[in-house]
Design a protein. Sequence first.
Length: 224
Amino acid sequence: MKLSITLLLLLLAPISQAHYLWLEKSHDQARIYFGEWHKDLYEGKAKLQYFSAAKIFTSQPSEAAALSVEEGFLAVGSTGEGDIYMLLDSLPVKESRRGGIHKSYYYAKSGRVETQAKLGLELVPTQARGNIFTLLFENKALVGAEVIVYGPPKWEKHLRTDEEGRVSLDTPWAGQYLVKVSHKIPPVAGEATLQDPVVRHVYTGSFVVDDGVAWEENSFSLVP
């Protein structure tokens, strides 16, 4: 299989280290994973228990379905058609192993059909199944925010939203893509405490591209 030089350069982009939550839809079941998708790293039941209060829904959080904790993922069945969403807003304030005190909110989405935001932090396509997205935080565009894109060959690319909070994603390969955004709000007092922590909002979105370059691991070469 042959790829252009541009695609090869994407493959060589650096890999980040932090774990994250993401949401996938498989047949009629939605699954939440914790780990690093781009490194094929999936944490087990012991660590997933911490996130078991997450809500999966298609319309609004109040209609969220009950989750089951499986070995390797959190699951809910009968999600129906269209985009699905995850919200986890009940985690306690905690002290990070790396230092500092923070409160984390996690958001995830599978699909790119819906053009209206349903999460506190979300990349919303400007048109159904399109590749141009607007990054919204509490329904306001985030300008100059970093968006990390992971593609089927498990490459990583860092982008920035423009003056309208928009970003355009390249999707040359067929398969699943994942995007990740982190938005931090410092404490009002300037120093994080249990009463006034750093607030972290973390979003991941996943979607599948049907048309594109077929990818086979370790089988690429330069186009002459």
